[in-house]
Design a protein around this ligand. Sequence first.
Ligand SMILES: *[C@@H]1O[C@H](CO)[C@@H](O)[C@H](O)[C@H]1NC(C)=O
Ligand SMILES: *[C@@H]1O[C@H](CO)[C@@H](O)[C@H](O)[C@H]1NC(C)=O
Ligand SMILES: *[C@@H]1O[C@H](CO)[C@@H](O)[C@H](O)[C@H]1NC(C)=O
Ligand SMILES: *[C@@H]1O[C@H](CO)[C@@H](O)[C@H](O)[C@H]1NC(C)=O
Ligand SMILES: *[C@@H]1O[C@H](CO)[C@@H](O)[C@H](O)[C@H]1NC(C)=O
Length: 468
Amino acid sequence: MKKEMFQPIFFAIFMKGFLITICLVASISLIISLTPHFSNNYARSSAVAVTNNNIEKYIIKEEEDEETNISHILFGIGGSAKTWHNRSRYSDLWWRPKVTRGFVWLDEEPHQNEPWPETSPPYRVSQDTSEFKYNCWFGNRTAVRIARIVKESFELGLTNVRWYVMGDDDTVFFTENLVAVLGKYDYNQMYYIGGNSESVEQNVVCSYSMAFGGGGIAISYPLAAVLVKILDGCINRYHYMYGSDQKIGGCMAEIGVPLTHELGFHQMDIKGSPRGILAAHPVAPLVSLHHLGKLHPLFPSMNHRDSVKKLIEAYEKDPSRIVQQTLCYDLKRNWSLSVSWGYSVQLYPWLMNARELGFPVQTFNTWLDSKEPFTFDTRPNYVEPCKRPIEYFLDQVVRLQNGATLTSYSTIIGDDFNNRCENQKYKPALAIHMVNVTAPILSPLVWRQLDVDDDNGIRFHIHIPKFI
Ligand SMILES: *[C@@H]1O[C@H](CO)[C@@H](O)[C@H](O)[C@H]1NC(C)=O
Ligand SMILES: *[C@@H]1O[C@H](CO)[C@@H](O)[C@H](O)[C@H]1NC(C)=O
Ligand SMILES: *[C@@H]1O[C@H](CO)[C@@H](O)[C@H](O)[C@H]1NC(C)=O
Ligand SMILES: *[C@@H]1O[C@H](CO)[C@@H](O)[C@H](O)[C@H]1NC(C)=O
Ligand SMILES: *[C@@H]1O[C@H](CO)[C@@H](O)[C@H](O)[C@H]1NC(C)=O
């Protein structure tokens, strides 16, 4: 495919877009290529460094200091002895013995005659917290124990820890992306990083200014050092608060360190199917998913665990690109396509603008099961078949010889919902049962590049073929 064959039809500068998309549309299948644009820009930015003192200093500092890697993170997972065997099916998906560092913190010693699973993080038994105040009538004082995990982790005094990352026993971390995100920040400064709840009601009850614990809370070493000194006092002062994450949020307010929002931390306080969110993820690396056992499976045709494994299979082939959204238009047919790499493709047999396609389809309710509101834009999940996109879900992902990936997405066999649409314009799209996407590996450097660089690069191009 030569570039000249394609006529650019849309060009815009986005804050954080950086992909060129080329669509080649065939009659019974779709093949899409994602071509990188940022490699050039990266080269350009090193050239800038020679002439610009500030940037040069920045780069020299980076060279002196080892990049943050997985060994610099100490995980603290809140667990309990009786439920661990069941909950370990989540940590097994992301924990890598001898690579990831950290502990599951239990309420008591696990049963002696059941060996501790080798695939699980090693465990520690939390200190007794019965002396602490806890007065939330609808809560559980386990929250006190869980809040203290960061302190007990810190007090182990392990070396070379730059970040303490807390999560629940049903949190799945995407550790490569967690490293990429934390690597953007100076671990010698005080940082409190995470995300809010998706449901407004939860933020109203808890707070907009705290990191929700299930999505993961990342605390830099210098901040942890201050936090552990006052944490026990905060726990007593905020005795009326429900959750461990609220108590930590209270402490952060006292220290005066605001929350740094990172859009890849997902508390997943929703009811229903998360597929709308994953099909239109913001341009940020996917860091965590929580509550997966409480939501519908990620892939409609699979069980919970297998569907998370499927997503991880794609993530492992190209961590930075997982669930990154790319839009594509076929002006000959007036079709719009939205690709969420490694997860799904949506085909709309009509034209839709980028702004709308960037909003998740509301395939879910709020945590308390109402229709709205959410902390992000959504668009309706129509019940009329003609208003729904045709959806394709990840089938397989393979590495190509040139180092790129080929991902295939298929319609779900037996799901004939879209076929109920009688509209003539819709019919040709129904003949497409598979979409193939080839994409080069997305370097984790792009996530840093976006912050370091203010002038170049951040472009999103869409090209479509002149002739089909
Ligand atoms: C991580 O960085 C440290 C230096 O702080 C280095 O010694 C170690 O080999 C690195 N580990 C990995 C897994 O890259
Ligand atoms: C594990 O937990 C899930 C849901 O939380 C439940 O459906 C399942 O029965 C549990 N399995 C065991 C062995 O307890
Ligand atoms: C609090 O949570 C623990 C562990 O999850 C559970 O064993 C206990 O029954 C709960 N207590 C109350 C009062 O709900
Ligand atoms: C595509 O849309 C344009 C303008 O909206 C219209 O003029 C054209 O006829 C449409 N083409 C097809 C194949 O529907
Ligand atoms: C899509 O890729 C699969 C392999 O993953 C291959 O079997 C299939 O033929 C491809 N389809 C097209 C149209 O290229």
